[in-house]
Ligand binder design. Structure first.
Ligand SMILES: Nc1ncnc2c1ncn2[C@@H]1O[C@H](COP(=O)(O)OP(=O)(O)O)[C@@H](O)[C@H]1O
Ligand SMILES: [Mg+2]
Length: 283
């Protein structure tokens, strides 16, 4: 899941590129727009409203069951998408929608992950709303990996520190925590670069969650210009693509290790239980 404390650091851009890269690597992937107040993915993938059979709003509100027949495919092989609804015709509008989503989102998201796994999806990329929105916090609770995105500003840094210490530290400890600084102007002055490195070290050391640093990603005018043409994936020859590809390696390899540990510790638990049974029988 991709999260931030403030809006605009690049969660959606990175989510799309991560999901695109995973799909290109042959992994069956689904990208989900969990930012129900500001839906975006439908436009990025050029999916017309009439082609959408189920949205994350339907799922979160318990109005539809996800299946191979209603999940939206994209023009990218192996990549499916669950969009958020552009049109909020629920109760009294957005506020009433958000309130209803809050009540059950943890269990619903949990169930949705199991359904997607049964459907053969290997990766689920959750593009979350910023801040303390409850469905973002619930997504952080169930995710194997949380990627926190920051901008190079004092408020982004202070906000991140607060959020990682306040919320992430209290969540399920076995999830992996990552962070990334995005939109770094190229050719920074030495003194600014030093501050960024100091922030990086402070986040690594002082948040109590041992987050893994994924890199400083440059602000790119080419990427901004591509958005004018509706092109959101980093071109293969762009330096941001190389950074993204390394980031995907880092996150997926760490998830694989986490899964191996889980298998080992659950078989360890089984062995312990069996030993306990034997000794009880013996008595
Ligand atoms: N590395 C980057 N270089 C240039 N523009 C970027 C970069 N990352 C994100 N952007 C731009 O910043 C804006 C906000 O990005 P977005 O992914 O929508 O952020 P969020 O989802 O966190 O609100 C978008 O216009 C996006 O194109
Ligand atoms: Mg976004």
């Amino acid at each position: 899941m991709l999260h931030s404390q403030k809006g605009g650091p690049g969660k959606t851009t990175l989510s799309c590129n991560i999901a695109h890269e995973l799909a290109k690597r042959g992994k069956k992937t689904v990208l989900i727009d969990l930012d129900v107040a500001q839906p975006t993915l439908q436009h990025i993938f050029n999916i017309s409203r009439t082609d959408i059979k189920i949205t994350i709003n339907d799922i979160l509100l318990g109005n539809g069951i996800l299946s191979e027949n209603n999940i939206s495919s994209t023009s990218v092989t192996n990549l499916s998408i669950i969009t958020a609804s552009e049109k909020i015709d629920y109760g009294e509008g957005l506020l009433s929608l958000l309130k209803s989503i809050h009540e059950h989102s943890y269990f619903i998201l949990h169930e949705m992950m199991k359904t997607l796994q049964r459907m053969g999806y290997q990766y689920v990329v959750l593009d979350c709303a910023p801040g303390y929105r409850i469905e973002s916090v619930h997504a952080a609770t169930i995710a194997d990996a949380r990627i926190f995105v920051l901008r190079p500003s004092t408020f982004s840094f202070e906000g991140a520190k607060e959020m990682l210490q306040d919320i992430y530290k209290k969540l399920f400890y076995q999830s992996l925590n990552f962070f990334i600084f995005n939109q770094i102007p190229p050719e920074l002055k030495d003194k600014s670069l030093k501050i960024l490195h100091k922030w990086k070290e402070e986040l690594e050391r002082e948040t109590g969650i041992d987050p893994i640093f994924l890199g400083f990603f440059n602000l790119s005018y080419e990427i901004i210009e591509n958005c004018i043409h509706g092109e959101y994936f980093f071109p293969r020859k762009h330096s941001l693509y190389n950074q993204l590809s390394c980031m995907v390696d880092n996150v997926t390899q760490n998830i694989d290790l986490l899964k191996q540990d889980e298998i080992i510790s659950s078989s360890q638990r089984r062995i312990n239980l069996e030993t306990a049974n034997i000794s009880t029988k013996g008595e």
